[in-house]
Design a protein around this ligand. Structure first.
Ligand SMILES: [Zn+2]
Length: 272
C-alpha cells in the first residue's frame, strides 16, 4: 500500500549546535539524506490531492512531506542566537538546498496565530527579543516554498488564562466555544494577515493531541466550512489512504528520530 511520511521540525529547538540539539542542523542534514535516498519532497497539498483520490499513487511515490510547528522568526529570518550564534532559517535552508541541487522542496509551517500569545511565549519559550512575528507570513506564503497553516490561536499554553488548564495539552478543548476560540478565530486572523488568494487549509493539533469532541464532532461538522481539509497529530506513522482526514499522523524530529540513521530507517518504509 502506498504510504507517505510527514516529518515535523521546530525552529525554536536550539539548545546546541549538533543534530540532536538543533533542528536547523537536523533539517539541513535530513534534506541531504532525502536526496541521497532518491526521495522527493512534495507539499502537503500534493499529498492531500492523492489522499482524497484526485491524484494517482504515482504522484506520491517515494515522497516525503515536510512541516514545521509554532512559527517563530527562526523559521523565516537568519538570526543570531544569543547563546549559539548565527542560525540559518528553515526557509533559507530549503532555498539553499533547492539552488544547490535543482530539486524542488517545500515545507508547511503551522504557526501560533494570536499576536498577544506570541508576545508572551517569546518571553517564556524563546530568548525574549521579539522574534515571534507575523509580518513575514505573506512573503513566506508567496515564496511557494513555505506555506502557512493553523496551529491554533494560543496553543492552549498554560501561560494563558484558558479554562481548565492544568497541564500543556489540547485535551481540554472540548466544547464548541473553546474550539471556536482556538480554531475559527485563528482561521479568520490567518485569512486577514496572509492576504489575497490564501486558503488556510490545514490544522495541526498543539501537543499533537485532541479531545474527543474536537476530533469527532467539531472538525467533522465545521471543518470544511472553516476551509480546512485535514488536521494533523504527532502519531509517529506514515500516512496511508486509510487515515482519516481529522487525525493524520506525523513524525517529530528529535523525538521520533534523533540521528540520520534513525530517520533513514523510517524513510526506508516509504520505499517498500
Ligand atoms: Zn506546537
Amino acid at each position: 500500500m502506498m504510504q507517505v511520511p510527514i516529518l515535523t521540525y521546530h525552529a525554536n529547538n536550539i539548545t546546541g549546535m549538533d543534530y540532536h540539539s538543533n533542528d536547523h542542523i537536523a533539517l539541513a542534514a535530513d534534506l541531504k539524506l532525502i536526496q541521497q535516498m532518491g526521495l522527493q519532497v512534495i507539499s502537503l497539498e500534493q499529498m492531500m490531492k492523492w489522499h482524497s483520490g484526485q491524484a494517482p499513487d504515482t504522484s506520491v511515490e517515494n515522497s516525503v512531506v515536510l512541516t514545521c510547528d509554532d512559527g517563530t522568526d527562526f523559521d523565516f529570518h537568519d538570526l543570531d542566537h544569543p547563546d549559539y550564534g548565527p542560525q540559518s532559517s528553515f526557509l533559507n535552508i530549503l532555498k539553499n538546498h533547492q539552488s544547490n541541487t535543482g530539486e524542488n522542496v517545500h515545507i508547511t509551517n503551522f504557526v501560533i496565530v494570536s499576536p498577544q500569545a506570541r508576545l508572551v511565549l517569546d518571553d517564556i519559550c524563546l530568548v525574549g527579543k521579539g522574534w515571534w512575528n507575523d509580518s513575514w507570513w505573506s512573503t513566506a506564503q508567496n515564496s511557494g516554498i513555505m506555506h502557512i497553516a493553523n496551529h491554533s490561536w494560543d496553543h492552549n499554553h498554560a501561560a494563558f488564562d484558558n479554562p481548565n488548564i492544568t497541564d500543556d495539552s489540547f485535551h481540554h478543548i472540548d466544547t464548541k466555544p473553546l474550539c471556536e476560540h482556538q480554531i475559527r478565530q485563528a482561521q479568520d486572523y490567518l485569512l486577514k494577515q496572509v492576504g489575497k488568494d490564501y486558503q488556510a487549509s490545514f490544522f495541526a493539533y498543539p501537543y499533537g493531541n485532541y479531545s474527543h469532541y474536537l476530533r469527532h464532532e467539531y472538525l467533522p461538522k465545521y471543518g470544511f466550512e472553516l476551509g480546512l481539509q485535514a488536521a494533523f497529530t504527532t502519531e509517529p506513522k506514515h500516512v496511508t489512504k486509510l487515515n482519516q482526514i481529522w487525525s493524520m499522523p506525523r513524525y517529530v524530529c528529535n523525538n521520533d528520530w534523533k540521528k540520520p540513521s534513525q530517520l533513514q530507517r523510517i524513510l526506508t518504509q516509504t520505499m517498500d
